[in-house]
Design a protein around this ligand. Structure first.
Ligand SMILES: *Cc1c(COP(=O)(O)O)cnc(C)c1O
Length: 406
């Protein structure tokens, strides 16, 4: 029997791995020193823990430990990368290239710079699988381009961008390449050298670490990349991010990276197997279901599906003991379909019917069986009440129907 509720929303956040928690605990009250205290053992102990974490984090992305700067999370890392580059390189140019399916932390940082007249931004489209075309990146570069900011893997549809190809173009053109790699780090192999990444954002709570801590990788050589700090203060983190270090959180992020690196191959196999079982179960039992995102270039734990003739929100309500996400975001009073799903070019109805399943380290095969069952039954129940589904089944072409509006 499975224990309810079931958590299958691991792109939103993940539980702290018990091994991560164990590593963190001593740093709350026994080893509570300030890592910047240079004149006593409490400080040295904290600094040592931070150094160890920096090595663990650098290792998982093939960076050098001095290239890791700690932040409060990936939202801050994205802001620091984008605003920091635009400010530092303002004499060179002010043009940014990004894409329409980026996380809000990236899109809104770009929008703010645009609104304040500090940058012009090209928002590249994606193909029907949510992938950006490296040739489009190349074509968008001008002599004013100072930054390309593109994510590694998408948090809604799991699509993995052709990052190494984009990195090569950035290198060739001498443009700084920032990559929001929150969903990729620890899940698939990321290598800042192979991938040509100059700045990289990551977050602890997406990889079984604590919330409120993250890091940004800043390339030190080939070329050395500079950013203007966005936080003034004591000059911590080589002047790039002031503020007393969150030692406990940093220890957690370090441990999370160490575990992810050691277990990545095995975990990928396991998660992929669960994801494929879930996908196969749903697609075998239901008609008119559509996969969102790339069929193969996709995060192992991601499954995003549109269930035609079913409102995502209604489906979520009907399966309330299963934690997944719908492709609709409740913004103010209206229910807007996800901008990521919409960017794939699928119509509004299907966008509204999308559900994101995020499988992770602690999901089991029994849970996948239970979820497959519950979801398919609920979709069937909702469709039985849907006149549209009934008409479509009878062969009526719904697009040709003249609806009476009064
Ligand atoms: C979660 C997430 C973020 C934000 O990270 P926080 O640490 O929660 O601020 C940024 N980008 C992507 C792709 C994410 O999935």
């Amino acid at each position: 029997m499975v224990k309810l509720p079931i958590y299958m929303d691991n792109h939103a956040t993940t539980p702290v791995d018990p091994r991560v928690l164990d590593a963190m605990l001593p740093y709350f009250s026994q080893k509570f020193g300030n890592a910047a205290s240079r004149n006593h053992s409490f400080g040295w102990e904290a600094e040592e823990a931070v150094d160890k974490a920096r090595n663990q984090i650098a290792s998982v992305i093939n960076a050098k430990s001095k290239e890791i700067i700690f932040t409060s999370g990936a939202t801050e890392s994205d802001n620091l990368a984008i605003k920091g580059v635009v400010e530092f390189y303002k004499d060179k140019g002010n043009h940014i290239i990004t894409c329409v399916t980026e996380h809000k932390a990236v899109l809104d940082s770009c929008r703010t710079l645009e609104r304040n007249g500090k940058a012009t931004v090209t928002y590249l489209p994606v193909d029907k699988y949510g992938m950006v075309d490296p040739d489009a990146v190349r074509a968008a570069i001008t002599d004013k381009t100072v930054l390309i900011t593109l994510m590694y893997a998408n948090n809604e549809i799991g699509t993995i961008h052709p990052v190494p190809a984009i990195g090569r173009i950035a290198k060739e053109k001498g443009v700084v390449f920032h990559c929001d790699a929150v969903q990729a780090v620890g899940k698939i192999p990321v290598d800042v050298d192979r991938d040509g990444i100059d700045l990289l954002s990551m977050s602890a709570h997406k990889i079984y670490g604590p919330k409120g801590v993250g890091a940004i990788y800043v390339r030190s050589k080939g070329p050395r990349v500079r950013i203007t700090p966005q936080m003034d203060g004591g000059g911590h983190e080589r002047g790039m991010r002031s503020g007393t270090l969150n030692v406990t959180g940093i220890v957690g992020l370090g441990k999370a990276c160490e575990i992810a690196q050691a277990e990545m191959a095995e975990e990928t196999r396991r998660t992929l197997d669960l994801r494929n079982k879930l996908q196969a179960g749903i697609f075998e039992r239901l008609d008119e279901v559509y996969l969102n995102g790339h069929p193969t270039e996709r995060l192992p734990g991601n499954l995003n599906v549109s269930f035609a003739y079913v409102e995502g929100e209604s489906l979520l309500m009907g399966i309330s003991d299963i934690a997944v996400s719908s492709g609709s975001a409740c913004t103010s009073a209206t229910l807007e379909p996800s901008y990521v799903i919409r960017a794939l070019g699928i119509d509004e109805e299907l966008a509204h019917s999308s559900i994101r399943f995020g499988l992770g380290r602690f999901n089991t095969e029994d849970e996948v069986g239970f979820v497959t069952d519950r979801v398919t039954k609920e979709v069937q129940r909702l469709r039985e009440m849907s006149p549209l589904y009934e008409m479509a089944r009878e062969g009526v072409d719904l697009k040709s129907v003249q609806w009476k509006t009064e």
